[in-house]
Design a protein around this ligand. Structure first.
Ligand SMILES: *Cc1c(COP(=O)(O)O)cnc(C)c1O
Length: 752
């Protein structure tokens, strides 16, 4: 390692010259790191994992790679000698736009931990040229632009592929982009992302519009192209099919080259299907095995023992079903197999709820995964219970042994060491660690009564707050008070996550301040969220928040006490800056709707306290830290599920019976909001809240306000708050993705 580090530094010096620009220096470091990565040997084990996912929300790779090469401090020092700050160098790297939210970030954390644990596992996905859109705010609204993240300086290698994907109306030539994932002790795994040679960035016109029918040119342009019309839905299936056709081919070729008998593929390979986007790998693998001369019945048995499925949501709209007519259009060669699988499933159980193809001739992707995969896992204890007891109950009765829980985790390399080096370094020193060990965080409990330790943790928090204020001033030209309480909700915008409830609290606080009930300390409400381009209500919620930001900023009586800051284009890099700076972690989804959440874990690890419902992994956080160290409110998942079953939730009743709620909701279409924002959007959202409110905002708003007031009051007892911070950090090792991966390996993969 020492020699490698010296060579790395020397390579950077040679390439950088004497007065490099930040760009030249970044390029020199990237090249030198890649040279070292190229020398690493692949991890080997008895069985190999293929983690297939439509998303890999990687984040920037520079810092993380240097940590894995044990060279971060040396390179930082060198950068300092050249007169640049580490942030200036990091800012040069483009963040890959290959994911959307938690699911994609999980895939990236898993790649990291699989390699760290010296397990043999590669990722498979797509190389989207513009990925998820770039968000800009204009007139208090979200607009979307193509996110042109691909740079000539890159972590990916272009690899030719001697295989073609045949579609009914055209043949596609794939090309592969490989990225090394650094592991333990001189080893590495890889991420393989497939692209189409014929794709043309030039067909994108005006924002993110393009010809959705031109598959040869558009296939890998965007992640999740708009599926509000039939062309868009067909394009999504083309993307999914292209991904699995390339993936299956690569897996079989690799296994053949290793000399493995495809009849016993499952002894050498396991394919983890991340949500239903890659589900077509099941029929495609059967098809490709049949091309290799294996009979269908046996091919089905092989695939059943090779594939495993992870469920990420119980939201009805996210459980993919495709009309068979679409599949006939895109993958006619698989339709016979799909019919045969449907028949086989029907022979096992004839109940309508578990069919592959339903009475409306729609294919249920998750149903195929469960029948023809070896395992099904939820992503947090509560989520898995809900799957077993309600959403997938019929399947649970049929295959009780297939159901497993694997509570999500996060890689501490990125979410502590890289993004909060101050805290990481302090913990290493305090706990006398030579090398980092997640489990040893628990030893922090011993310092719960140590005023110096508490003060130190709080000083680090304050430093991260100041750093973020500088960042956001440079980025968005806003001045945030670093001495305010940072109250943060950053995650995809969705009604179930209830950013709208947070907006109602802001209205409450605004009114209180105007009445003269001033908070003890200023509060900054921080948001970061992208809304799906066709999700109107989500965009309306962004509009409400941006209007509130504007109104408060321009009210000199209010702004010294309350600020709202909406981070534009929230992504991994923004997360790495705001999470270590936050005091309050808003995890306020409607109980039963958030499968796990991983944002909640990142905040906890960085010493923020959770304000949340008993949902997803919040339940496990609460069990670990115990009730004095977390702020839980709202109706339970059982109560919520009962409301849905009885269809007895009526938001208008809550509104009419509570004068405060009425006042808050009415503010949305009051004079001030209408003078600031768009009448149509504000009225639409107001009507939605009053007449539908599918995710039951008003059910919990009262309790939310009360709980948040208590939290703000408790913040003033600085010693006590500091102890709660310490307690949260000390309990967080359970949420390391190393623990999650060990669970997967023990119970599903057995990589050996
Ligand atoms: C962790 C992360 C998420 C997931 O956040 P949740 O609060 O769990 O929904 C989404 N986006 C980014 C950029 C993240 O880093």
């Amino acid at each position: 390692m020492t020699f490698m580090r010296q060579e790395l530094i020397q390579d950077i010096r040679n390439a950088a010259g004497c007065k490099p620009t930040a760009g030249t220096l970044y390029k020199a470091i990237n090249r030198a790191v890649r040279k070292q990565m190229a020398k690493l040997e692949p991890v080997v084990s008895k069985r190999k994992l293929y983690y297939i996912s439509a998303e890999f929300l990687l984040g920037k790779m520079l810092t993380s790679n240097l940590i894995h090469l044990h060279a971060l401090e040396d390179v930082k020092t060198l950068v300092g000698e050249y007169g640049w700050t580490w942030k200036e160098i990091q800012d040069i790297e483009q963040e890959p736009s290959l994911g959307n939210g938690g699911l994609g970030r999980l895939a990236a954390c898993f790649l990291d931990s699989i390699a760290e644990l010296n397990l043999c596992g590669d990722g498979i996905g797509l190389y989207y040229h513009f990925g998820l859109f770039e968000q800009r705010f204009l007139n208090h609204k979200q607009t979307e632009l193509p996110n042109a993240w691909i740079d000539t300086v890159s972590w990916f290698d272009r690899v030719p592929v001697d295989f073609q994907v045949k579609l009914p109306r055209c043949t596609l030539q794939p090309v592969r982009y490989d990225m090394d994932v650094i592991g333990f002790d001189g080893k590495k795994n890889r991420l393989h992302l497939f692209d189409v040679e014929s794709v043309e960035e030039g067909i994108v016109k005006e924002g993110i519009q393009f010809d959705k029918t031109d598959i040869r040119r558009n296939l890998t342009l965007f992640l999740y192209p708009d599926d509000s019309d039939e062309q868009g839905r067909l394009l999504r299936i083309y993307q999914q099919y292209f991904m699995v056709a390339c993936g299956a081919h690569m897996i079989l070729e690799e296994q053949k080259q290793l000399g493995h008998d495809l009849h016993r593929l499952y002894e050498h390979a396991v394919i983890q299907i991340n949500d239903t986007h890659p589900s077509l790998i099941i029929p495609e693998l059967i098809y490709q095995l049949m091309q290799e001369g294996i009979r269908m019945k046996e091919a089905v048995r092989i695939v059943e023992k090779t594939c495993a499925y992870t469920n990420h949501t119980i939201l009805a709209e996210a459980l993919e079903t495709w009309p068979m007519s679409y599949l006939e259009t895109v993958v006619p060669h698989l339709c016979g197999i799909l019919q045969a699988l449907d028949t086989a499933a029907d022979q096992r159980c004839s109940a309508a709820g578990v069919a592959l193809i339903d009475a409306d001739n729609r294919m249920h992707m998750a149903h195929m995964d469960i029948h023809f995969g070896k395992s099904v896992n939820g992503v947090a204890a509560l989520h898995t219970e809900i799957l077993k007891q309600s959403e997938l109950h019929a399947f649970y009765e049929l295959y009780p042994k297939k159901f497993k829980n694997k509570t999500n985790g996060i890689t501490f390399t990125r979410w502590l060491h890289a993004c909060n080096t101050q805290l990481y370094t302090y913990l290493m020193e305090l706990l006398h660690m030579d090398s980092w060990q997640d489990e040893r965080l628990a030893e922090l409990h011993a310092y719960a009564q140590d005023a110096d330790v508490i003060a130190h943790l709080q000083a680090i928090k304050q430093e991260k707050k100041r750093e973020w204020c500088t960042h956001i001033r440079n980025k968005q030209r806003v001045a945030i008070n670093p001495n305010s309480i940072f109250d943060t909700q950053v995650k995809r915008l969705h009604e179930y996550k209830r950013q709208q409830m947070n907006a109602l609290w802001i209205i409450y606080k605004l009114k209180e301040i105007r009445k003269g009930n001033l908070p003890k300390r200023p509060i900054t409400c921080i948001f970061g969220a992208k809304a799906a381009p066709a999700y109107t209500i989500a965009k309306d919620i962004i509009h409400v928040l941006l209007c509130l930001q504007d109104i408060i900023e321009h009210d000199a009586r209010v702004s010294p006490y309350l600020q709202v800051c909406f981070i534009e284009n929230y992504n991994v890099s923004e997360a790495e800056l705001i999470i270590p700076a936050s005091d309050i972690s808003e995890q306020i989804s409607l109980a039963s709707k958030e499968a796990s959440g991983t944002g909640n874990m990142k905040f906890m690890l960085n010493g923020a306290l959770t304000l949340g419902t008993r949902d997803g992994a919040n339940v496990e956080i609460a069990d670990l830290v115990e009730e004095d160290n977390i702020y839980i409110f709202g109706k339970s998942s059982e109560e919520v599920i009962a409301h849905y079953e009885k269809a007895d939730y009526c938001s208008r009743d809550y509104y009419e019976q509570d004068a405060l709620l009425q006042e808050l909701v009415d503010y949305l279409i009051g004079e001030e909001m209408l003078a600031t924002g768009d009448r149509k959007s504000l009225h639409r959202f107001y009507q939605e809240l009053l007449n539908k409110d599918w995710f039951m905002t008003l059910l919990d708003t009262r309790e939310y306000i009360a709980c948040k007031e208590q939290m703000l009051k408790d913040y003033e007892n600085r010693k006590l708050w500091g102890r709660k911070m310490l307690h949260n950090i000390a309990c967080s090792s359970f949420f390391s993705s190393k623990r999650t991966i060990e669970d997967y390996d023990r119970d599903i993969w057995n990589l050996g």
